[in-house]
Design a protein around this ligand. Structure first.
Ligand code: OOG
Ligand code: MG
Length: 255
């Protein structure tokens, strides 16, 4: 029997110590359902410590991410206020195991979104959209994992930074996205890389989150998933993403 609470504690401790842990799948076979239970228990520990739930992140919604990590099933994770990195702010490298960054798009919900919805309904529920970046930091050694492992580890989520919110009057189907590190473009992509249109990621988030008994709430942020492969972060890096028609978002890495 999979010890959900124990596995959640292991991952929680690994994050707190910024020290990698062995992949769960190295030692036991467990189901995807159990992996999501571990994730829920992991977030419950954080909520108990005073963190507040602020949204959902989607993972493996682009071919670039699927190709980089070798996992093709869409996954989702839970965002809390402790993961928020202020736009223009700095993260402390020492607090992470081996962080990476990826360019994303963030949606802000103006109303709840539950169950099976159409893209039009999802668009209607969005209050604003913003250029964003996710900081992922797998708690597993060498950033390697099975589908179940990454789900248990809250989809590698470690932080996210959101730029200025924009009105939804922009066509999001094919916006150029550039991730720069220290002024050098390192990843170039399109918003269309996210499931053909990033709104599909919100549709999926509504479905998956509702199926888990946690329909998307008004005021929540949904991160649509990396449009390109992720890049390693290093101390001293200045990281910026620019998205056509949406503007830019940046942070730096100290340590
Ligand atoms: C898993 C998380 C995937 C995305 O945007 O596709 C993800 C990982 O790559 O470690 O956040
Ligand atoms: Mg991501």
């Amino acid at each position: 029997m999979t010890d959900i609470a124990l596995l959640a504690k292991k991952l929680d401790d690994a994050a707190a110590r910024a020290q990698a842990t062995a992949q769960i799948s190295d030692n036991e076979k467990y189901s995807l359902e159990d992996a999501y239970k571990v994730q829920a228990a992991l977030i419950a520990r954080r909520i108990k410590r005073g963190e507040r739930r602020v949204g959902v992140k989607m993972g493996f919604t682009s071919r670039a991410k699927i190709a980089q990590m070798g996992i093709s099933d869409m996954i989702w994770g839970r965002l809390t206020d402790r993961m928020v990195v202020e736009e223009g702010g700095a993260i402390d490298f020492a607090k992470y195991v081996h962080p990476r960054v990826e360019p994303e798009i963030a949606f802000l919900l103006g109303r709840p979104l539950e169950g099976l919805v159409t893209a039009a309904e999802a668009l209607e529920a969005v209050d604003a959209v913003a250029p964003a970046m996710e900081i992922i930091d797998s708690r597993y050694k060498d950033f390697k994992f099975s589908l179940e492992d990454v789900v248990a580890d809250n989809a590698s989520s470690a932080g996210f930074v959101v730029g200025a919110w924009q009105d939804m009057d922009v066509d999001l189907s094919n916006l150029g996205m550039v991730l720069e590190i220290n002024g050098r473009p390192v990843q170039i992509g399109s918003s269309g890389a996210i499931l053909g249109h990033p709104i599909r990621s919100l549709v999926a988030a509504a479905r998956l989150s509702s199926a888990a008994g946690e329909p998307l709430e008004e005021g929540w942020i949904v991160m649509a998933g990396g449009a390109t492969a992720a890049e390693w972060l290093h101390p001293g890096d200045y990281v910026r993403t620019e998205i056509e028609a949406l503007g830019s978002v940046a942070f730096s890495v100290k340590g």
